[in-house]
Design a protein around this ligand. Structure first.
Ligand SMILES: O=P(O)(O)OC[C@H]1O[C@H](O[C@H]2O[C@H](CO)[C@@H](O)[C@H](O)[C@H]2O)[C@H](O)[C@@H](O)[C@@H]1O
Length: 302
C-alpha cells in the first residue's frame, strides 16, 4: 500500500479525534448471544455471500492468554484449521493483532494470509509489508517514551515495557494491584508529553501514535478491497477489537467476541480460543459444503 493509499483510507475521519474509531454503541456483554445459538442465521449469511473475509485477533483469540507474552502460542490444531479455511475458494483469512507484524506472523506461521500488526498500522499482503506513514513518523517519540517509562518503572516487579516499533505495550499482569495506578500515571504522563495516546487492554496499557487508526479501520479497508458481496467476520477478545466490532455492527458483517466482556459491540460470543478453533472448523465445513450456483452459458440461473 502506498503512502497516498494509507492517508486517503484515513481521510474521512478527523485526525484530531483519534478516539473516534469506535462507532457502534457498546452494549452489555451479558446480552450477547452465543454464536452457536445463532448459527442458523450465520449459515444463512454464508449462503448469501460471494466470499468470506475472516479476520482473527491473536492473543486471547487464537492463542490462550499466558503471563509472559513471548510464550503465547497458537495450538497446532488451530493452525491446521486456519490453513484449511484459507485454502478454500472465495475465502481470505486475515490475522489482525496488536503485536508487531513480524512477531505475529512468525507465531501464526502460515503463508497466504493477510497480516495486520500493531493494531492495523502495519499491513502485509502477498509479501508486501507497508507501515502507516504517520506511524512511522512517530517512531522516535515512541522510542523516547519507552526509554522514559522503563527508567521510571523498571524497578517495579512484574512491570515490563514491550517496544513494538510503531506502538508499545506496558504489561502489568505480574505487578501488584497496588502498583497499577502509579504505572498508569507514569504511562499517561510520558505518552502525553510525546503527543502519543494510551489505550488499555488485558493487563496492559498500549501506547499508540495519535492518529485515527485502529483495527476497525484496517478491517474496513480489507472489506472494501474484497468487495461488497463478501461477508466480513471478525473474532477478537479485547478492548482494541471493539473498533472492528463497531465497523461490522448493524449487519455490515459479524463481530464475535471471545469471553464475556462487560460491554461489547459484537453480535455474538464464543467462550475461549478452543471455541474459536471449533468455529473456524465450522466455517470451513459450511463454506465447503455450500451449494455451487449454476449459471448457464447465457448467464441465466436454470
Ligand atoms: O491484538 P492481540 O493480538 O490480542 O494483541 C494484544 C496484545 O497481546 C499481547 O498481550 C496480551 O497477551 C499476553 C500473552 O498472553 C498477556 O501476557 C498480556 O497480559 C495480554 O495483554 C501482546 O504482548 C501485546 O503486545 C499485544 O498488544
Amino acid at each position: 500500500m502506498t503512502t497516498d493509499e494509507w492517508l486517503s483510507a484515513g481521510e474521512s475521519r478527523s485526525a484530531s479525534d483519534p478516539e473516534s474509531e469506535s462507532e457502534a454503541e457498546a452494549e452489555s456483554g451479558a446480552g450477547v448471544p452465543s454464536l452457536w445459538s445463532i448459527s442458523d442465521a450465520v449459515a444463512d449469511r454464508l449462503a448469501d455471500a460471494e466470499g468470506l473475509l475472516v479476520c482473527l485477533d491473536f492473543d486471547g483469540t487464537l492463542a490462550p492468554i499466558v503471563p509472559r507474552p513471548e510464550e503465547a502460542a497458537i495450538p497446532a490444531a488451530t493452525r491446521k484449521r486456519i490453513r484449511a479455511l484459507n485454502a478454500l475458494d472465495g475465502v481470505q483469512v486475515a490475522v489482525v493483532s496488536g503485536r508487531a507484524l513480524t512477531d505475529v506472523r512468525e507465531r501464526v506461521g502460515l503463508d497466504g494470509l493477510v497480516y495486520a500488526g500493531n493494531h492495523g498500522l502495519e499491513l502485509e499482503r502477498g509479501g508486501d509489508l507497508t507501515v502507516h506513514p504517520l506511524a512511522s513518523a512517530s517512531r522516535p517519540a515512541l522510542r523516547r517514551a519507552c526509554r522514559a517509562i522503563h527508567a521510571r518503572l523498571g524497578t517495579i516487579p512484574g512491570c515490563r515495557v514491550e517496544d513494538k516499533g510503531v506502538t508499545a505495550t506496558v504489561h502489568y499482569r505480574d505487578a501488584a494491584d497496588a502498583a497499577v495506578p502509579a504505572i498508569e500515571e507514569v504511562v499517561s504522563t510520558v505518552a502525553g508529553a510525546e503527543s502519543l495516546r494510551v489505550t488499555d487492554g488485558k493487563a496492559v496499557f498500549e501506547i499508540r501514535p495519535r492518529i485515527p487508526w485502529g483495527k476497525g479501520r484496517i478491517v474496513s479497508l480489507l472489506a472494501a478491497e474484497v468487495g461488497g458481496g463478501w461477508l466480513p467476520i471478525y473474532v477478537g477478545d479485547d478492548t482494541s477489537d471493539e473498533d472492528a466490532f463497531g465497523v461490522l455492527a448493524d449487519g455490515v458483517g459479524i463481530g464475535v467476541v471471545v469471553g464475556s466482556p462487560s460491554a461489547t459491540a459484537a453480535a455474538a460470543r464464543l467462550d475461549d480460543p478452543d471455541d474459536v478453533a471449533t468455529f473456524v472448523g465450522w466455517l470451513t465445513a459450511r463454506w465447503a459444503d455450500r451449494p455451487v450456483e449454476v449459471i448457464d452459458a447465457e448467464g441465466k440461473r436454470p
